[in-house]
Structures are given as structure tokens and as C-alpha cells.
Design a protein around this ligand. Structure first.
Ligand code: NAP
Ligand code: F7E
Length: 348
């Protein structure tokens, strides 16, 4: 495959304009940091909430009354197609990143219909708005390793050619979005790419996902705010990467001349138990003394094993991960220890 030259937006006069759904989430916030750093004008879709939901992007927020602002936030929702139409026709973005979703696998079993509406049908609403208002834009769809379902994994990991077998309402909704994105590419010749991303984590990860739940608990145990950590299945294995590196792959996909689908993964897999050993060990604690089982965290059908093979992305545009599993875990533990110290100070 031929590598295509990428033009740094700062080299051009007019800044490129990106539109991000899910900008307040883990990936959206890292992507906004990255694109602003590349000289983009960034527009983000945020949900109206009764309390602030912009914690992850507060550091880049600028008062829109100030001249030369590069970040713009717009109220909207993936379930509201007329709002999406209006926004895209006003913003006229060059690049659209669809990261918005009900993204929690366990919760999708409790809210299957809502997950289908937002994580599945929401994508086609955004695709339609793009087709009608800015068909020249490039579109990134946040697809997921949950599409594979953990069955019959090849020895080197799942590739773009591996069959899908989703095991949750979340996975099923993402499957719909994957095919919607691919269909709009084929049917209308639009520049739409699916990034099939394996699990990626960071200090901005939501606190109910297992890695952050563990590192938050470690910090709180260290400062005496918590004693036990309740978890479900410790035997599942995940290919965990660094979210900061993974969002760069999203952008790289959209710089390619031709749209395509790419697996993004580290090629290494670890169990929850191994995560516990490394994280508690780094903090000088014995996880077996603190971790307790709670069946509430089990799923009606589990994805037991995920390993990804990102060779296609490496060959096409040179993406590869650099942060090791241990470095990622240590960064999260350090961050959450500092956070727990502040928490302790505020309660004492
Ligand atoms: P996340 O932290 O859960 O963020 C999800 C974002 O979607 C939040 O900004 C959330 O807004 C927004 N959102 C939720 N419902 C919405 C709605 N109805 N309309 C508009 N926005 C809505 O997820 P993430 O980890 O950053 O993941 C980003 C995307 O990649 C998601 O689509 C996820 O499914 C997918 N993905 C993630 C991983 C991973 O390992 N992280 C791997 C593969 C794929 P609020 O802040 O207001 O809740
Ligand atoms: O679970 C097990 C759980 O919720 C990982 C999302 O970003 O990545 C994420 O989905 C594993 C599972 O992530 C607890 O059973 C044990 O086997 O951190 P998680 P996930 O389900 O892999 C994919 C790629 C996405 O696309 C999703 O959007 O950990 N586990 N005990 C637990 N999980 C949680 N959450 N909480 C527990 O107490």
C-alpha cells in the first residue's frame, strides 16, 4: 500500500475545521487537544446537563467572545437529527469525528433500546446530515473491538478481515454503525472510515470502566478513603492501549486519500488479574487483600478475549503504539494517587 503525504494544517492559510461528537468524553477530549495543537478550528457537540459535563475539556475552553478563539461548543444530541442538520450546515466541517455514544458495555444490557438509538441509529442521523449538508467532509466512525465478541481470535489478533460476532447490545449497535458507515462510503462515494479500536485507557477514562475503577480505588485505598474494591470477572483479557496515541490514529485515517477501515491495537493482551497485579504492585499494595467479588458486575454474555493486529494501519500510514502496558498503568496510578490526596484534603 502506498503511503500518502499528510499536509500539516498549520502550513495552510485557512485552518481546517473539525466537528467532534463526544468531545466531553475520554477520546473526544484527547482528540480536541491534538487537533487544536495541529492548528484546527474545533467544534464540539455537547449535551445539555443540569451539572457541568465539560471537566475533561475545561483546560482548552475559551470564552467565545474573545477574538481568535479556536474551540466552539454547540448543544445537541445524536438522537436529534434536525439539530445535527442545522449544526453541520452552519459549521461546514472538513472533518467529522463521530465519537459520541452510550459506550458502556454492561450498561447496554440495562438500556439496550437507548443504546441502539444513540450508538447505532445516531450514526446514520449524522451520516445523513453530512450527506445533505457537507458531502465533501471526511468522516471518522468510532467502531470497536466489541464487534468481534472474543470468539475464534487468530493467534496474532483480529484483523479487518475477521468475522464479527457482537456479544452485547452495545456491540450490536456498533455493528449497525460500522455497516452504516461502510454502506454510505460505497453507496454515495463519501470519504468515511471506520477505526476498529481496541480498548484504550488514560487518566481521563470514565471511572466505571475497569482500569480506571481500579486505579481510582488504589489512590483512595492509599490515602485511607476506601478499603475494598468490588469487581466482576477477573479472567477476561483485553488489548489495552494509550488513548492519547489512539486518537492520533483517528486523524491519520482521515488524512489518507482513500477512506478505509483499520484495526488500531497494541498486539498484546492482559487479564484483569494482571492489571491488578501490576497496578497494586506499583502502588506497594497486595490486591488480594482489597478486591472482592460482586456479581452485579458480570455481564449476561462476556467478551473473554481481545487481541488486535494493527498491521494494516502500520503499513498504510505508519501508526504504531509506543506506550507500554506498564507505563500506562503507572501513569494512571500516579494520576489517581494525586487526585485521592486532593480528595482527602477536601474532606479533612
Ligand atoms: P466516553 O468517555 O463514554 O464518551 C462518550 C461521549 O459520548 C461523551 O462525550 C458523551 O457525553 C457522549 N454522548 C453520550 N450520549 C450521547 C448522545 N445521546 N448524544 C451526543 N453525545 C452523547 O467514550 P470514549 O471512551 O471516549 O469512547 C469514544 C468513542 O469510541 C465511543 O463511541 C466508544 O463507544 C468508542 N470506543 C471506545 C473505546 C475505548 O476503549 N475507549 C474502544 C473502541 C470504541 P457526556 O459527556 O455528556 O456523557
Ligand atoms: O470492561 C471486566 C468486564 O467496562 C473490561 C468500552 O470502552 O472497550 C470498553 O468496553 C473487562 C470486561 O470495558 C469489572 O467484564 C470485571 O471483561 O472496562 P470495561 P469493555 O467492556 O471492554 C470497548 C473496546 C468499547 O468499545 C467500549 O466502549 O473488565 N470487569 N469487573 C469489569 N468491568 C467493569 N466495567 N467493572 C467491573 O467492576
Amino acid at each position: 500500500m502506498k503511503k500518502t503525504k499528510t499536509v500539516h494544517p498549520k502550513e495552510t492559510h485557512k485552518p481546517k475545521r473539525a466537528f467532534i461528537t463526544g468531545i466531553t468524553g475520554q477520546d473526544g477530549s484527547w482528540l480536541a487537544d491534538f487537533l487544536l495543537g495541529m492548528g484546527y478550528e474545533v467544534h464540539g457537540l455537547i449535551r445539555r446537563a443540569s451539572s457541568f459535563n465539560t471537566e475533561r475539556i475545561n483546560h482548552i475552553y475559551q470564552d467565545p467572545h474573545i477574538h481568535g478563539v479556536h474551540l466552539f461548543l454547540h448543544y445537541g444530541d445524536l438522537s436529534d437529527s434536525s439539530g445535527l442538520f442545522k449544526l453541520l450546515s452552519q459549521v461546514k466541517p472538513d472533518e467529522i469525528y463521530n465519537l459520541g455514544a452510550q459506550s458502556h458495555v454492561r450498561v447496554s444490557f440495562d438500556q439496550p433500546e437507548y443504546t441502539g438509538e444513540v450508538t447505532g441509529v445516531g450514526t446514520i442521523k449524522l451520516l445523513e446530515a453530512m450527506r445533505e449538508t457537507c458531502p465533501k467532509a471526511r468522516f471518522y466512525q468510532a467502531s470497536s473491538s466489541e464487534l468481534y465478541g472474543g470468539l475464534d481470535c487468530p493467534p496474532k489478533g483480529y484483523t479487518e478481515k475477521s468475522p464479527f460476532h457482537p456479544r452485547s447490545p452495545y456491540g450490536v449497535a456498533k455493528l449497525y454503525s460500522f455497516w452504516a458507515a461502510k454502506n454510505y462510503r460505497e453507496a454515495y462515494g463519501l470519504h468515511i472510515s471506520n477505526g476498529i479500536l481496541f480498548n484504550h485507557e488514560s487518566e481521563r477514562r470514565g471511572e466505571t470502566f475497569v482500569t480506571r475503577k481500579i486505579t481510582r480505588a488504589i489512590g483512595r485505598i492509599k490515602v485511607g478513603l476506601q478499603k475494598s474494591l468490588y469487581l466482576g470477572n477477573l479472567d477476561a483479557k483485553r488489548d489495552w492501549g494509550d488513548a492519547k496515541e489512539f486518537v492520533k490514529a483517528m486523524w491519520m485515517m482521515l488524512q489518507q486519500k482513500t477512506a478505509d477501515d483499520y484495526v488500531i491495537a497494541t498486539g498484546k493482551t492482559y487479564s484483569i488479574k494482571e492489571f491488578l497485579e501490576v497496578s497494586f504492585g506499583y502502588a506497594g499494595l497486595d490486591w488480594k487483600k482489597h478486591v472482592k467479588f460482586d456479581e452485579r458486575y458480570l455481564r449476561p454474555s462476556e467478551v473473554d478475549y481481545l487481541l488486535g493486529d494493527a498491521s494494516k494501519a502500520k503499513k498504510a500510514f505508519g501508526w504504531h503504539n509506543e506506550t507500554t502496558f506498564e507505563q500506562l498503568v503507572e501513569r494512571m496510578v500516579d494520576h489517581d494517587f494525586e487526585l485521592a490526596k486532593k480528595e482527602k484534603k477536601s474532606v479533612s
